[in-house]
Design a protein around this ligand. Structure first.
Ligand SMILES: [Zn+2]
Length: 203
């Protein structure tokens, strides 16, 4: 497994900066039955940058991988992760990892320095918790654009009323969109002004 991206210094790193293994995806792709083996690879620009081999045991999975943590020497790692199962609402059972570090039942484990652990143990935040108000307003506008069938991006032209949508619904969504995109643009303008005044101080 390759070195992980380094976290941001200003606060908690985000979950998407760490490689993760989703137990539901593993179960869907290979079935978590003792004796089964699965492999996961990560690619960057078509080149394989990391891979991991998992062997399913009795209520556990052994993860084997090679890792160079933050540019350090390469080493072979093996972690045994316990599995747990809970009943689904509509029948069947769903699997969970048991975090080796805190015993929490979790769907995703993240790769750290020779260990896999949950986001709580690595103190990882979700991207939305790290968003600026400006990002949040733009994301809200994009959410409305999805409902209108318009391409993402507040700088893109409005796409008009989708076929079959009631005028009343359209007017409401349009109002919502304009409110969020207006807010995002206002905040963007303010950040730009702050940046320009900083730059003029440096001259
Ligand atoms: Zn944990």
């Amino acid at each position: 497994m390759g070195s992980s991206n380094s976290g941001r210094r200003d606060g908690k790193p985000c979950v998407d900066q760490f490689r993760s293994i989703d137990v539901r995806r593993v179960h869907r792709d290979c079935r978590l039955i003792p004796g089964n083996v699965f492999c996961r690879t990560w690619r960057r620009n078509e080149t394989e940058v990391a891979s991991i081999l998992g062997r399913v045991g009795n209520d556990c999975v052994v993860l084997s991988y090679r890792q160079s943590w933050r540019g350090g020497p390469w080493r072979d790692c093996a972690n045994t992760i316990l599995l747990d199962w809970t009943d689904c609402h509509y029948g069947g059972k769903r699997p969970w990892w048991i975090c080796p570090s805190c015993d929490r039942r979790v769907a995703l484990l993240y790769s750290g320095d020779g260990v896999y652990a949950c986001r709580h143990c690595f103190q990882l935040a979700y991207r939305s918790q790290r968003e600026t108000e400006e990002d949040l307003a733009a994301r809200r506008a994009n959410h409305v654009r999805d409902r209108l069938g318009w391409p993402h991006g507040i700088l893109n032209m409005p796409g008009g009323r989708p076929k079959g949508m009631h005028w009343k619904t359209y007017a409401e969504l349009l109002g919502e969109h304009n409110e969020h995109s207006g807010e995002a643009l206002k905040l963007f303008g303010q950040s730009l002004e702050r940046l320009l005044s900083k730059l003029s101080c440096l001259q």
